[in-house]
Design a protein around this ligand. Structure first.
Ligand code: GLN
Length: 187
């Protein structure tokens, strides 16, 4: 069985573990950087990217996460996890892991509707994916190596760069496992 770690410092961790196990893989809550050695793929969950970054620094995780990304093992960032992966964040001088050649804008779907669900077409994966957005970021710009997988309301909301996958929404909050299955197949 494939072992998938979910960065377990903050955010929607349990839901990802359940989705991984629903797909027949083993889910591991990652709380220590040493656990990165045990896993075949990594999920960076949604939550609050600034809080997550603070905890990443507290537990001295950042360099190991960058090394994991460079190793070529698959990573999937959802919502705040997508922000952690981006090379550029609008209005911020510093990135976090910075492994994906994209620019993201945080909280960019408007304040009046902090969260919503919309059916989204994900290229080659789903015609009608129920995408749940919660104070979601969107992808403003993509580099040459980045493939756009989905758009919603004219904004890019899912991308892939080699073995790195990212989306603005929360696939783990629905019963639809197609995106997680796609991720598992990258391993
Ligand atoms: N707004 C959050 C951030 O900027 C992301 C929201 C989420 O992960 N649901 O980190």
């Amino acid at each position: 069985t494939k072992k998938i770690g979910v960065l377990g410092l903050q955010g929607a961790v349990r839901e990802h573990i359940q989705a991984i196990e629903a797909c027949g893989a083993e889910g591991i809550v990652l709380k220590k950087k040493e656990q990165l050695k045990e896993i075949d793929g990594l999920i960076l969950p949604g939550g609050e990217s600034t809080t997550m970054r603070r905890l990443i620094d507290t537990y001295d995780f950042l360099d190991e996460l960058k090394d994991f990304a460079a190793s070529g093992k698959p990573i999937f960032g959802t919502c705040a996890g997508l922000i952690l992966l981006a090379k550029n964040i609008v209005g911020q001088d510093v990135a976090h892991i910075g492994a994906m050649d994209i620019t993201v804008e945080r909280n960019s779907f408007g304040r009046q509707r902090e969260s919503f669900e919309e059916s989204v077409r994900i290229d080659g994966i789903a015609e009608d994916f129920p995408a749940v957005f919660i104070r979601a970021p969107h992808i403003v710009e993509t580099g040459k190596e980045v493939k756009v997988l989905a758009e919603c309301r004219g904004r890019i909301v899912a991308v892939q760069q080699g073995n790195i996958l990212g989306c603005s929404f929360h696939p783990e909050l629905t019963d639809d496992t197609r995106l997680v299955e796609y991720f598992l197949n990258l391993i």
